[in-house]
Write a protein that binds this ligand. Structure first.
Ligand code: NAP
Length: 332
């Protein structure tokens, strides 16, 4: 296959958010470096991290101008020096946190590229390396979810949240979910036991009422901002865990005073990239368990809502405005 020298891509030109994401047609096609493969991207996953990067709130994120998008799936078209086990023609999905997935071609580290499961399209594999392992790591090794436990899941209609609801129900938990009101039916259909309004109401009081005043055993905290304090208040004293893995609603402060006198809970930070680097064996176990869930039919091929690459700025603006449901894809 001949590889062109330039390509279509979405370039972020400022840190003022998705409105400064621009379609370009003359981006240089990258060459795979040592240990990398070059893929022809057939589907790119949209993640909330794309918003964080476009706003400059992602730690050590790319500086504009940069090609946006971290999650790409497609066909290997070239392999860099020292790559073994991956040949042109293979279909893989992977992540590059410095961007480049919203483009026709993207380099990926071969060691982190996961084969698209047999029988799946590249598009159906989106979520496999970001949303799903994050949800599972939060629930299992970090959150200790088990039969009979109560779990609070925020952003439950989102790409990560939907997977978390399905998995938590599979492991026998009672799920209390939060979402914007127009998404409640979607979350109920996934099996959530209770769905609360993420845009209003007193989440902590509602969760305490649903758990006889005890609070939940585990909270998946991806919202932050004003919701953070409510999440801590909604979690069971002493044994309850709060896994913090996102801050879609902004930063939130917590002091040692809070932990001693107000919220006696266990707070655990999760960043899936850091987890992969620091405890690769745990990540391996998470991926193994994920594939068991596929085998058992708990999870299946993804069903992202796909848009043309050119619609990226609009799609990201909608994600930021909380008007999207489920996993989103851009097709170059
Ligand atoms: N740490 C990690 O390694 C890691 C990995 C993957 C994802 N994440 C995090 O997980 C979260 C979900 O990611 P995702 O890509 O699957 O996105 P998503 O859930 O599809 O979209 C974000 C959702 O967050 C909710 N939300 C609540 N308050 C918000 C606010 N002030 N602004 C924007 N959204 C708000 C919205 O749902 P409602 O309107 O229904 O409430 C929105 O639809 C994000 O916080 C992301 O950063 C972290």
């Amino acid at each position: 296959m001949s590889i062109p020298s330039t390509m279509r891509a979405l370039r972020q030109t400022s840190l003022d958010g998705p409105r400064d994401l621009r379609l370009v047609t003359d981006a240089p096609v990258p060459s795979p470096g040592p240990g990398e493969v070059l893929i022809r991207v057939t589907a790119a996953g949209v993640n909330f991290v794309d918003i964080s990067q476009s706003r400059g709130t992602f730690a050590n994120g790319p500086r504009p101008p940069y090609l946006a998008g971290i999650e790409g799936a497609g066909e290997v078209v070239a392999v860099g020096e020292g790559v073994t086990g991956l040949e042109p023609g293979a279909h893989v999905i992977g992540v590059g946190v410095q961007g480049g997935a919203f483009a026709e071609y993207m380099p990926l580290f071969a060691a982190g590229a996961v084969p698209v499961p047999p029988g799946w399209t590249d598009e159906q594999a989106l979520g496999l390396v970001v949303n799903l392992p994050t949800a599972l790591a939060a629930l299992r090794p970090l959150g200790g979810v088990a039969e009979g436990r109560a779990v609070l899941i925020h952003a439950a209609a989102g790409g990560t949240g939907q997977a978390a609801v399905k998995m938590a129900k599979h492991y026998g938990a009672t799920v209390i979910a939060t979402a914007s009101p127009d998404k409640h039916e979607v979350v109920r259909a996934l099996g959530a036991d209770h769905v609360l309004d993420s845009r209003g109401g007193d989440i902590a009081a509602e969760v305490l009422a649903l758990t006889d005043g005890a609070g939940v055993d585990l909270t998946l905290e991806s919202v932050g901002g004003a919701a953070f304090d409510a999440s801590l208040a909604a979690t069971k004293r002493v044994t309850g865990r709060v896994v913090v893995f996102g801050l879609a609603g902004g930063e939130a402060a917590i002091s040692n005073w809070d932990l001693v006198y107000k919220h006696q809970v266990q707070i655990i930070g999760l960043n899936i990239g850091a987890l992969i680097q620091a405890v690769p064996q745990v990540f391996g176990e998470v991926m193994e368990e994920l594939f068991e869930l596929f085998g058992a039919g708990v999870l299946g091929p993804g069903e992202p809502t796909a848009h043309d690459l050119a619609e990226g700025p609009k799609v990201l603006a909608e994600l930021e405005a909380r008007s999207t449901v489920g996993k989103l894809a851009l097709l170059p």
